[in-house]
Design a protein around this ligand. Sequence first.
Ligand code: SAH
Length: 245
Amino acid sequence: MHRFFLTKNFQETMDITGPDAHHISKVLRMQVGDTLQIVSLDQICALMKIQDITSEQVTINLVEKIEENHEPSVKIILAQGLPKSDKMDFIVQKAVELGVSVICPVAMENSVVRLDTAKGEKKQLRWQKIAAEAAKQSKRDIVPQVMVPTSLTQILNEYKDVTTKIVAYEVEDKRSLKEVLQKPGNLTDILLLIGPEGGISKEELELAQGAGMTAVSLGRRILRTETAGLAAIAAILYETGNLGG
Ligand code: SAH
């Protein structure tokens, strides 16, 4: 079943326009009477039937609202040290599939890529589009937000109230991710910081720890930046019962 995120509040009859209308009519070649799923701006998920279709506009009617929830119970905010080339595309796509809520690219000391404001905004648009597609494909109930690249200080400040704050640190050999996740208490929201290819500098680690982040190990092997985040996200989801049952 195809799923579309609409930028309007729910109504029993709605019109889909723009690229989605083109996609439904020309690419999927759907017809009057076919059904599709929508998620409205006010986050109502529904099965809708096509009443009328042109390449510019698809009119749909409510069949039934869908109550099931595809979202994990834990809100994961991935703060990802800006990686090289198009690795961020991959990270955004996979992190959204797995179930993160927010992705914040972070310009870090060892990030090779430097983005000025204009380039950063352009990249953000691209990543947000990738996030929307991944959300659609994986049947998320929300489109996770990808922020414009920002500094570590800003991230730490913006998410200071998050209950569990973790920095994956390859040098850490005492505290494991498992230990932190198995601490008593509810895991409701987690800020997860992953360094870029060159790793996290000592100053950055101190800054993160000063803001209440706990350094954790992801195991004895050094993972590439794009592997580290996804492995940690999968572990968090597993530990909280949001992956694999
Ligand atoms: N500094 C390293 C590699 C960095 S790996 C070097 O150049 O040799 C990129 C990021 O992935 C790290 O900053 C860390 O956040 C995460 N990471 C990779 N392997 C890890 C591990 N075993 N434990 C914790 N974090 C890890």
